[in-house]
Design a protein around this ligand. Sequence first.
Ligand code: PRX
Length: 658
Amino acid sequence: MSTVPATAGDDLVFPPPPEFAARANVGADEHARAAADPEAFWAEQAGRLQWDEPWHTVFDGSTLPTAQWFVGGKLNVAVNCVDRHVAAGRGDKVALHWEGEPGDSRTITYAQLQDEVCRAANALQELGVGHGDRVVLYLPVLPETIVTTMACARIGAVVSLVFGGFSAEALRFRVEDTGAKLLVCTDGQFRRGQAVSVKGAADAAVEGLDHVEHVLVLRRTGDLTPDVPWTPGRDVWWHDVVDRQSTEHDAPSFDSENPLFIIYTSGTTGKPKGLVHTSGGYLTHTSWSHWAVFDVKDDDVYWCQADLAWVTAHSYEMYGPLSNGTTQVIYEGSPLTPHPGRHFEVIEKYGVTTYYTAPTLVRTFMKHGPELPARFDLSSLRLLGSVGEAINPEAWLWLHREVGGGRCPIVDTWWQSETGAAVVAPLPGVTPLKPGSGTVPLPGLAATVVDDAGRETAPGETGVLVITRPWPGMARTVWRDHDRFVKSYWEPYAEQGWYLAGDAATKDADGYVWIGGRIDDVLNVSGHRLSSIELESALVAHPRVAEAAVVGAPDGTTGQRIVAFVITRGDAAGASDAALAEELRAHVAAAIGPVAKPRDVVVVPDLPKTRSGKIMRRLMADMTAGRGGGDVTSLQDETALAAVETAWAAYTASRAGA
Ligand code: PRX
């Protein structure tokens, strides 16, 4: 188990600014009120939504670990996110300020969004998509990405968004695993200022998959990526089928437990798993937590900077903010293109009040110095947020001071693809903040830190984070692999019925949760979850690699960086290590995506293994972190570790000299 590093922030406490607390949505008694009767609390929050039929049972635990919430209730998620606000006379309110990477922009009101969603829903139905069918989106951050996601919810289709930076192979796995009927993509995408074509990758991803009936293609890069490959009959242009549709669409009601989306995430074993989230409970948790944690006000301009394909964006850039009728900024591009101050420019342009970001980005900004944010007027900001990994106190303090002007609380939100929405997070008008800690579980949520036997750890003692009571936003299963759902999360503490989150953690004397590293073989690179085993599988699929071990080494900007130790096949002799490293990086990028490229590739003669033949990644991770002295008693052959240490020392020395 990795240990939780001593933090510099645990002696610093930032109470809520009085003027913030005075206006906050949620007051100091909320934790106690929810704890007194969690089901009544969640029923009250579900009541913030529009139900077509009321539920008869708030929570049914008889089918755990597949919980059921608001059983018997019926609703339409898209109506809750869009139509409801128009019906309430708020149709002219801006839903989206979209900023494209090349500088183009669009502003869309809730009334316009409703028209767009209805058109898209009609188009999906014309293409044969119906209730329960799966639709995969391979789209950048565009209004149409949100429109299509909402259109799926409206007609009861299950949507799965795939990051545009993922390879054709990674996309294909998701299209195949979901058994999607429809793939929606663009002709091309902008990546760091360059227009790159996408349709070829989309074609490769669906080739030979009979269940894919259509590929719906949205024009984005146009003349910059000409010669879009086309399969007549299967491929259709968005502007041909969507634009001519009616803006009227009758939204049916769906059961509270109707599947809403599938999100793929890396686990301990080879293939990503598709977590299934459902409707009523997910939207309740997401909508309430967005309102409470981001202290949503009617005049807010809220910006979550995540790509729409990440879970962060599902909950806090789509379902959450839209259900609250929030005005949002969404931004297509890379944060550093065309210049490193682009995010601050966007905050100034739209008067952003709430900026939800990631530690890795904060550390990137820090490299440019405080002069970077100082060039812009950031006085509109009133609240900041962080997600994806533990934020180091230095980055927290920098964000607080240089971006937030010392006046904005920072909500550090701990959660996962599996949890659906925030679990450990402050209420900004209530919870005193400690830089680097997500603070305490939200009202209605119960999480703690325990040891292997399930005993709560003493303050400062490292254990694992568990969620001890079912909650509305929890994933219900892994798509087509329920066993994996049970085994991964629920078996370790089956006796207690607790959910194992997979993170090491400590609690301090005030009950604040401090997250450490993962307890499994999951890496966190710039807030992206990647599995060691998935990366190793990609590497050994290369003809020149016999064996591979992948570990995460500490990195000042990306949190962790990927280090791959590889044993080459005999015929690789003669190739320089540098050339091989480049080849393997390109190979992994093609298999998974550029985010998965190993930063360091070290050729080794052998790998340390247990007597049962399992690679001991922990020892190599300790070595790359400069920690020694790990337990080597279960090693099959100690000379293997010595050989890796020698290779690592030579590699780091050569890099230092380069
Ligand atoms: O290790 C924790 C880390 O990210 C993991 C979840 O990754 P994913 O499912 O991709 O969702 C990321 C966005 C919600 C967690 O198990 N993590 C996420 N947020 C935090 C965090 N670690 C510490 N502090 C956080 N605020």
